[in-house]
Design a protein around this ligand. Sequence first.
Ligand SMILES: *Cc1c(COP(=O)(O)O)cnc(C)c1O
Length: 375
Amino acid sequence: MSDHPHPLVTPIYETSTFVFGSAADVVAYNEGRSTQYLYSRYGNPTVVAVEQALAALDGAGAALLFGSGMAATSTALMALTTAGDEVICSAGIYGGTLHLLEDLLSRFGITTRFVSIDELHHLDAVIGARTRLVWFESPINPTLRCVDIAAIAAVCRARGVLSVIDNTFASPINQQPFRLGVDLVMQSATKYLNGHSDVTAGCITGPHALVGRIASVRRLLGTILDPMPAAALGRGLKTLAVRVARQNGTAQAVAEFLASHPQVSRVYYPGLPSHPDHELARRQMTGFGGMVCFDLGGDYDRAASCFDRLKVIARAASLGGVESLVSLPVLTSQLGYSDQQLRAAGVTRGMLRLSVGLEDARDVIADLDQALSES
Ligand SMILES: *Cc1c(COP(=O)(O)O)cnc(C)c1O
């Protein structure tokens, strides 16, 4: 037996702690003169191997993994803001992020100003003396509206404000935000990165200095991912590029089918020339993604009966996995919104949101066709 088995795949280091040979080794670790690990809340070789793959995928200096996208978001926001600071956040944002800022971080003296897409495109007028950070998404759920990432990043840089994008919907295969000048990227690795709907995880990528500040806070909050789900995520990442390429193709075909269907009043997909941000998406994305939304005349009853009749596409929240999923935004991301709030978000009661999986495109389209035939 060889002492060095040279495994192709990084083993799962399912251990909470690591053994030192001597007091001198511990001293060397404490002084930063050692590559040894100490405790898995600080770091673990399986987790680090996946972090290195994620940094390479994003073209970033460093990456950190967390137990969920929300763990990544909350740890980053706590690391980068202080009482008295203001965060500017896109109003079109993941619901968890909105509530974290509005209901929780507000209790620690961090105030948030939620802004429209229009205001994001005129940030210079919105940024104030206390603004520390701008947090935004593109494409935005569920309308898939896009914002000009390079323009937002440039204003932030000029004003000395950090720009952070939630790149979950696009994935690094379809959108490379560091090439457009942003400071940090957050992703829910639960979605496309893992891609198999069997892990919750989150990721932050960025330059070493900024990521290092977040790493210190991750130690205190204990929000690091465990080695087992990290290994599952590492395996999922190996097929990210082929999965996303296939999902891009199927989503385009699904969007074109829906756009030609007489029962469908509107389709939201950045790959369709009818989408308001098609030109911007063409400039800043290399693929239009696997998310497609469509509207059945703003009518909840028609949307709900189409939803109920789907057979191949599963009725479930979340996105980015190998199985196609469908949700009704008014029952999930826009739950409890008033008519006025729905209008501001560009959402109607007749909307369905699809996350296109890896099934044969003909099966997905046939399923939609039969579900729509009676609506
Ligand atoms: C799911 C999601 C999150 C939160 O990630 P979790 O892994 O569920 O904590 C954040 N942003 C977007 C866009 C998401 O879709």
